[in-house]
Design a protein around this ligand. Structure first.
Ligand code: HXC
Ligand code: NAP
Length: 283
């Protein structure tokens, strides 16, 4: 689908890049010529992913940092840039989430999601953004949000509030930082099974099956489908896309908003009698 050197001049920092979709993006971007830096809290997972990336011939480095801590981010970026050169692309992918009725949450639970998703994304963007503004070479930021960043969602309200904030940040900086050559894009994924998401959001087969039911294609997204979109959006091929959040969900969000979508359960017989009822009577 892409020329193999599409991301040849990119040095890409992916937060939460050791697992799930972040890990898959690291492999896709690396296979297209980029060098990769990954950053999260669990060192074991970081080293395992960097080892695997290197085995695949991809230049990769890592540093432990909690995105809730701006000092840790700053030191991690310093260390990785010293090792493998200046970053010119940032993927804000790290997130925290779990399903819960809001009334069961403690303030600390709310803070933990808002701080990882909204503050973490903001701090990483600020850290890299300041470097890029000083260097005058521009940069690209890809933020991973969710389809419910625009609609909100029951039972994941802290995540929805935080992702909505990240979407607003994407659009705000698309305007404000364009003058520095910094481009902002976002992806709003639907359901892409990962250990991290499924263990917290669909921990039983029944819940997972019910998520599947909502998707018109009756299948989940594949990591390749998402990483291809991500590769395109961060590449120079998308250089005039700025401030846009691309939904990739197999039509799930619009389908479930569809006023008459419930009619898909009607049979041919039902439609025959409905046609009789709804056609204009012949006078
Ligand atoms: C209720 C919970 C809870 C749960 C934690 N808490 N899990 N409350 N239900 N399932 C509460 C704790 O009791 C605590 O409050 C507070 O939240 C913080 O919990 P900690 O475990 O101390 O926090 P921390 O170690 O910082 O871990 C953060 C986390 C954890 C978000 C809670 O799940 C995590 O590390 N997640 C990272 C990976 C992740 O979430 N991936 C999924 C992303 S999927 P008290 O008051 O007791 O101190 C996604 C979009 C999916 O974002 C969309 C799919 C369609
Ligand atoms: P995941 O594997 O759990 O990824 C989350 C990553 O964030 C982990 O690697 C985690 O690593 C890191 N992280 C969490 N808290 C952190 C912190 N405080 N500091 C630094 N890193 C932290 O889940 P995923 O499904 O791949 O999710 C990736 C992204 O896609 C997230 O933004 C998520 O909201 C979004 N998304 C996913 C889906 C889906 O269906 N999977 C749908 C919509 C949106 P550590 O725990 O080691 O720190």
């Amino acid at each position: 689908m892409f020329s193999p050197d599409l991301l040849k001049n990119r040095n890409i920092l992916i937060t939460g890049g050791a697992t799930g979709l972040g890990r898959s993006m690291a492999f896709k971007f690396g296979s297209l010529g980029a060098s990769i830096g990954i950053m999260s809290r669990n060192e074991q997972r970081l080293t395992a992913t960097v080892d695997d990336l290197k085995k695949a011939g991809i230049e990769a480095t890592y540093h432990v940092a909690d995105v809730r801590n701006p000092d840790e981010i700053h030191s991690a970026v310093d260390a990785m840039e010293k090792e493998s050169g200046e970053f010119n692309t940032l993927v804000n992918n790290a997130a925290g989430n779990f399903i819960s009725p809001v009334e069961y949450l403690s303030p600390n639970a709310v803070d933990s999601i808002l701080n990882i998703v909204l503050h973490g994304t903001f701090y990483c963007t600020l850290d890299l953004g300041k470097r890029w503004i000083e260097r005058k070479n521009g940069g690209t930021v890809l933020n991973i949000v969710t389809t419910y960043a625009t609609t909100g969602s029951a039972y994941v309200a802290p995540s929805a509030a935080a992702k909505g904030g990240v979407l607003a940040l994407t659009r705000s900086l698309a305007s404000e930082w364009a003058k520095y050559g910094i481009r902002h894009v976002a992806i709003a994924p639907g359901a892409f099974p990962t250990e991290g998401a499924w263990s917290r959001l669909a921990p039983t087969k029944e819940l997972s099956d019910r998520m599947l039911e909502r998707i018109p294609f009756k299948r989940f997204g594949t990591h390749d489908e998402l990483t291809d979109l991500a590769a395109f959006l961060i590449s120079d091929g998308a250089s005039f896309i700025n401030g846009e959040a691309v939904v990739i969900d197999g039509g799930e969000a619009i389908s479930n908003a569809s006023q008459f979508g419930f009619l898909s359960s009607l049979s041919e017989e039902d439609w025959k009698s409905i046609r009789e009822l709804t056609r204009k009577p012949k006078s």
